[in-house]
Write a protein that binds this ligand. Structure first.
Ligand SMILES: Cc1cc2nc3c(=O)[nH]c(=O)nc-3n(C[C@H](O)[C@H](O)[C@H](O)COP(=O)(O)OP(=O)(O)OC[C@H]3O[C@@H](n4cnc5c(N)ncnc54)[C@H](O)[C@@H]3O)c2cc1C
Length: 217
């Protein structure tokens, strides 16, 4: 029995797991992917996101990969005129970065593991387990094909944007209002501000965390 199971181990799931584990919770983090691996995304980590990474103690690890800073001075050219400037007050003026997700997600996953999170890669969640209307765990297939069930006090969906995925657990998006004990996030990256990271941050807040990630654009 875990305190929390987090499904999805990229920029939403890994920091959520890390922060929970740093608070002493017993956390299981699963992902159907193996790491390091890429995912569809451009790679702008804005200065505010870089600042959060610093707060988590992960900036130097990212910088040591040789990824150059960006966004120290920006230009938004609309044709007849251009807006030029900086993002004031963010990351001490040191800008953001442009790491491949293979790099960034690997750092975040390692940080989750280092914080005491149990990580299982190549683990595909196929079903949520219910006790009445309450989500109490997951059923999934692990690397060797075996079906495994795990239970937790809270199950957090950080599984990104995959509404048509055959592997998306049924009822995944319908559970929030049903049980105060459960935080299943509906993840979406269709609008500029409603990213899955953002959704997961609010979930984590409801789990007692002040903030998780600002890798949002
Ligand atoms: C074209 C494009 C460009 C973008 N550019 C930027 C950018 O420049 N800067 C920026 O900040 N954001 C950008 N974004 C948005 C950013 O990619 C997303 O906000 C971010 O990837 C969301 O992270 P996440 O951890 O929520 O989900 P994801 O990165 O999608 O990770 C979800 C994880 O869940 C796992 N998973 C899914 N289903 C299951 C299951 N059933 N069982 C187990 N594991 C599962 C997946 O394997 C995956 O690893 C871009 C997005 C797109 C599509």
């Amino acid at each position: 029995m875990y305190d929390a199971i987090v499904v999805g181990a990229r920029c939403a799931g890994s920091p959520t797991s890390m922060l929970l584990a740093r608070k002493g919770y017993r956390v299981l983090l699963v992902d159907k992917a193996t790491f390091p691996s890429d995912t569809i995304s451009t790679h702008i980590l804005w200065p505010h996101g870089a600042e959060v990474l610093g707060r988590w103690g992960l900036s130097s690890e990212l910088e040591s990969t040789g990824v150059p800073p960006i966004c120290r001075r920006m230009s938004f050219d609309v044709g007849p005129f251009a807006l030029r400037g900086t993002i004031p007050g963010a990351n001490g003026g040191r800008g953001g970065f442009c790491p491949r997700r293979k790099v960034l997600d690997g750092i975040l996953l390692n940080a989750a593991a280092a914080s005491g999170t149990e990580v299982r890669e190549a683990f595909t969640v196929e079903r949520l387990l219910f006790d009445g209307d309450t989500v109490v765990g997951i059923r999934g297939r692990q690397r060797d094909g075996a079906t495994i069930e795990e239970r937790a006090r809270i199950v957090i969906g950080a599984d990104g944007v995959a509404p048509s995925s055959r592997n998306r657990p049924e009822r995944w998006n319908t559970t929030v209002a049903r049980s105060p004990r459960v935080a299943i996030t509906r993840t979406s990256a269709t609008s500029s501000r409603t990213t899955s990271s953002c959704t997961c941050a609010s979930t984590a807040r409801s789990a007692g965390l002040r903030r998780t990630t600002t890798f949002i654009w």
